[in-house]
Ligand binder design. Structure first.
Ligand SMILES: Nc1ncnc2c1ncn2[C@@H]1O[C@H](COP(=O)(O)OP(=O)(O)O)[C@@H](O)[C@H]1O
Ligand SMILES: [Mg+2]
Length: 361
């Protein structure tokens, strides 16, 4: 485990007047780099050849490092190069998609904005649920055994991304029947069933509020809100029910893009309190709590109850809808504020106050 002392030693050697913001070239990199440039930072992008076009069309990157695979980030030579460039890495979804939690906490000797300890709390559904529940959020009920199912549930595979292989059931009987079908169709394995997570299906609309936890100001800001455009689930409604039955559709949740959302104002106080509570709990679990961006995945039902089913303790791609300005960032900061820029602002302020070690890990 790379601890804060080790990271502290690295940034002590940094030329903080030449601090650079770096990240992997995908996910929310344009958001991050634009924000970094607007706050006057140099930018470093670790990128695959096929994606270089993005940074030619949007020239936001000062130093482009081409890799074959994002796992090259674990390469000591590359890390040394990044340290020589005084890079602070901004983790996003591709970090956890391509690297394991252990690799991120043990083998990445470059300062990251964020709290590495929380990666472990985020990594598996059980501990994540514990965190959110202890924070006092409303979570969908979970069921220990398929035999306990007494309402509509969503069955989730461990660590699956994009909902592939997830299915719905509303009784033990329908669960076993569906599970059998899924195994037969090769969509899941028998082992998946042993580790499957059974969660009450919250019927409502998805809302993803994004927050920024400022360690410097000791405050949690609500900065953006989005919903996802998911294939194939968002297109199922285009097919009449009759045909749906005939072709036997199984919904998947592959994110293709995001829409901005402006929430009914009466829901905002609770959404704000949820952010506060999650950070407060995180401070107990892994001081100093969440550093920088985080997002709650929620469903809001027709009786306006907000259910939270997941957390990302990092920038989410949904904040890309705010590049330029999101209404929530506008309310707080006026024009031209968004998550990527807010990150850079915090780093700039940390350098100014000589508190950089408090916002990196
Ligand atoms: N409890 C739930 N109730 C209703 N819909 C849910 C629930 N949990 C997940 N979903 C839907 O399934 C999708 C994928 O679930 P999620 O837990 O976010 O898995 P992943 O690890 O793939 O991100 C969500 O985006 C949401 O649309
Ligand atoms: Mg999710």
């Amino acid at each position: 485990m790379i601890d804060s002392k080790a990271v502290g030693r690295i940034i002590d050697k940094y030329d903080q007047t030449k601090l650079a913001i770096g990240t992997l070239g995908s996910h929310s990199s344009l958001n991050i780099f634009k924000g970094a440039k607007e706050e006057g930072f140099r930018t470093v992008c670790i990128c695959k050849e096929k994606d270089v076009i993005m940074y030619q069309k949007y020239p936001l990157v000062d130093e482009l490092i081409i890799v074959k695979d994002f796992t090259e980030l674990l390469n000591e030579k590359l890390q040394e190069h990044l340290r020589n460039l005084n890079v602070v890495l901004i983790p996003h979804g591709s970090f956890t998609a391509y690297l394991s939690t252990e690799q991120l906490t043990d083998n990445l000797n470059v300062p990251m904005m964020g709290n590495r300890q929380l990666l472990h709390w985020e990594a598996n559904r059980k501990s994540q649920e514990e965190w959110l529940r202890q924070a006092g959020l409303r979570l969908p009920a979970t069921f220990q055994s398929p035999d306990d199912i007494d309402r509509l549930i969503i069955a989730k595979l461990q660590g699956a991304k994009g909902g592939r292989g997830y299915f719905l059931a509303n009784s033990p009987k329908s669960f076993y029947k569906k599970a059998d079908e899924m195994i037969k169709r090769g969509l899941i394995t028998k082992e998946d069933i042993d580790k499957i997570h059974l969660q009450e299906y919250a019927l409502g609309v998805n809302v993803y509020p994004s927050y920024f936890s400022s360690i410097l100001n000791d405050d949690v800001e609500l900065l953006a809100m989005d919903r996802r455009y998911e294939s194939a689930v968002d297109s199922i409604g285009k097919i009449p029910a009759q045909e749906q039955l005939e072709i036997d559709v199984i919904p998947t949740y592959t994110v293709v893009g995001n829409f901005p959302i402006v929430l009914r104002e009466s829901l905002l106080p609770e959404v704000m309190r949820m952010g506060e509570k999650v950070h407060k709990k995180a401070r107990e679990l892994a001081p100093p709590g969440i550093i920088g961006p985080f997002c709650l995945e929620t469903v809001i039902t027709d009786d306006l109850k907000i259910y939270c089913f997941e957390i990302s303790a990092r920038i989410v791609a949904g904040t890309n809808v705010g590049i330029g300005t999101s209404p929530y960032a506008y309310l707080r900061y006026g024009e031209n504020m968004y998550m990527g820029r807010r990150i850079a602002m915090e780093l700039k302020e940390a350098v100014k106050q000589k508190r950089l070690h408090e916002v990196v890990a």
